[in-house]
Design a protein. Structure first.
Length: 199
């Protein structure tokens, strides 16, 4: 007879992932052990291994949960009949909210992707490329000259991400400017500089 899953199974897995994200963000993947994760969860190593076969499996869940959340947010922000510029604003607001709310996961994604096996890192990179494509499509819809300039769409999207992806290294959400205001600043800089960049 198959073993039944505990009612709080998903919640416990989420707690493990959250604890691991904090440790990996602070110490790096190689600097945090399963024992460290167990200690942070006020649990035992054996319980951690009940949910995950390896530390690499935990790392994968830290990253895939983050990029899937970004993917879902991007899909929601770009659905509907809003103008492309408004979709970019909505998408950036959603991204910044996730970056602030999941800063540890975001930092781990940026720093430790190479610690995953190729198949798993490839899955995450594929989601990232989908996000880049979505932003590139929006930018080209906003500025048609971008679509006409060969090879410019991806660099334009990467420059956009360059503004927001590393905000975790300096941005204080409790400071004088909130995440929503920062997102608007990033969009305004993108929109007001985009036409000049493709001439």
């Amino acid at each position: 007879m198959a073993r039944t899953q505990a009612a709080d199974y998903d919640e416990r897995k989420d707690a493990i992932v959250e604890a691991a994200a904090a440790l990996f963000a602070a110490r790096g993947f190689n600097g945090a052990s399963v024992a460290d994760i167990a200690e942070r969860c006020e649990s035992s190593k054996s319980l951690i291994y009940h949910y995950y076969q390896s530390k690499e499996d935990i790392l994968y869940d830290v990253m895939i949960s983050h990029v899937r959340a970004l993917e879902q947010a991007a899909g929601e922000a770009t659905a509907g009949a809003a103008a492309p510029a408004q979709k970019l604003r909505d998408l950036t607001q959603a991204f910044m909210a996730l970056y602030v709310g999941a800063a540890n996961r975001h930092k781990v994604l940026l720093n430790d992707l190479d610690k995953l096996p190729d198949a798993r890192s490839g899955e995450i990179v594929a989601v990232q490329r989908g996000l880049i494509d979505k932003v590139g499509e929006l930018l080209a819809a906003i500025e048609p000259a971008l679509a006409k300039r060969k090879g410019a769409r991806v660099p334009a999207a990467m420059l956009y991400f360059g503004m927001i992806n590393w905000t975790h290294t300096w941005f204080d959400p409790k400071g004088s400017i909130g995440a929503a205001q920062l997102a608007d600043m990033a969009v305004d800089m993108t929109l007001k500089g985009l036409s000049g960049a493709v001439k």
